[in-house]
Design a binder for this molecule. Structure first.
Ligand code: UDP
Ligand code: MG
Length: 310
């Protein structure tokens, strides 16, 4: 008998655990027709509310419920990695605990696996219910990524994705510390079917992503999947040299024709300010990559387990 593992990362989702479970079991009856088992693997990402107790309650009535609980909040990326490491299924699907990923799509997803796809991914075609400013920056981010990264990162892609064991093993082989799963999915490749759906708003509770957190996350994504920013320093450097060269010629010619009028202090100050600004900016970019390299070299574990259930 083969098995489907549902990985659910949870961070302070006490009021969503039970409703999500009920909704999920309602939509997995098709698994019996396929002679497949189910495993629901909750990853508690260091929740500070009653998430763990809620999961324990489910476990008492259903042996198919499992849990890995972290020693603190390591972030959703770490939770997803832990899920993949601990899932035993032949097929694995990620789902958010807040019911933004409708379980009703599961049956359809499997129909594409039957057709020979290795992975079935989802993307939302609308962003309704989201603050407009957030949508705007999200769009900018995907637009930029398309230009500076060779890895395909789909606009509006969610982490709701069904994968075969082969894809799971491929992702597990990427043990990097700075994880950006949207990029990792694109990087590993494989035959991917995209399903589209309208944005569903979070059932209960609040989003765990503030605007600032998302912004930093997007910088992580850029650093993880593009080295184009590093080239920026060279490009700007060449450009400034060219400009300086033209100006030197201009000044020599002016000196020869008009003599030596002492002027140009304000413009000099502006130029010094601007070039030093650009230099700091480029050093900052260098620092970003160095910091990422530093964290990577330390080789710390991606997450730490406090408790396992099942
Ligand atoms: N999540 C997590 N760790 C975190 C933040 C979020 O495991 O540090 C989980 C969260 O419980 C939810 C999923 O990741 O199941 C998506 O989070 P959220 O709904 O807050 O994000 P959004 O849907 O607004 O992008
Ligand atoms: Mg959500």
């Amino acid at each position: 008998m083969s098995m489907l593992s549902v990985i659910v990362p949870c961070y302070n989702e006490e009021e969503n655990i039970a409703p999500f479970y009920e909704e999920l079991v309602k939509h997995v009856s098709f698994l019996a027709e396929r002679d497949m088992d189910l495993e629901v693997l909750y990853i508690d990402d260091g929740s500070r509310d009653h998430t763990v107790q809620e999961i324990r309650k489910l476990r008492e009535t259903d042996e198919r419920v499992h849990m890995v609980s972290f020693s603190r909040n390591f972030g959703k990326e770490a939770a997803m990695y832990a899920g993949l490491e601990n899932a035993v299924g032949d097929y694995v699907v990620f789902m958010d605990a807040d019911l933004q990923d409708p379980p009703s799509l599961l049956a359809e997803m499997f129909s594409y696996i039957d057709q020979g796809y290795d992975t079935v991914a989802t993307r939302r075609v609308s962003r309704k219910g989201e603050p407009p400013i957030r949508s705007f920056f999200a769009r900018r981010f995907y637009h930029l990524m398309k230009r500076i990264s060779r890895t395909e990162i789909m606009d509006g892609a969610r982490d709701y994705r069904l994968m075969t064991r082969q894809v799971v093993d491929a992702i597990l082989s990427m043990k990097e510390y700075n994880r950006f799963t949207k990029g990792i999915f694109g990087w590993v490749g494989f035959e991917t079917k995209w399903l589209e759906y309208e944005n569903v708003e979070r059932a209960r509770g609040e989003t765990k992503w503030s605007f600032w957190k998302l912004f930093v996350y997007s910088l992580d994504g850029i650093a993880a999947f593009s080295t184009v920013p590093l080239m920026l320093a060279s490009v700007v450097g060449v450009l400034f040299c060219l400009i300086a060269f033209l100006m030197i010629i201009f000044i020599i010619v002016r000196k020869l024709i008009f003599g030596d009028p002492v002027s140009g202090w304000p413009s000099l100050v502006c130029i010094i300010l601007m070039t030093s600004g650009v230099q700091f900016f480029c050093t900052g970019i260098l620092g970003q990559y160095l910091a990422k390299t530093y964290m990577e070299v330390k080789n710390r574990p991606i997450y730490l387990v406090k408790e396992k259930l099942g």
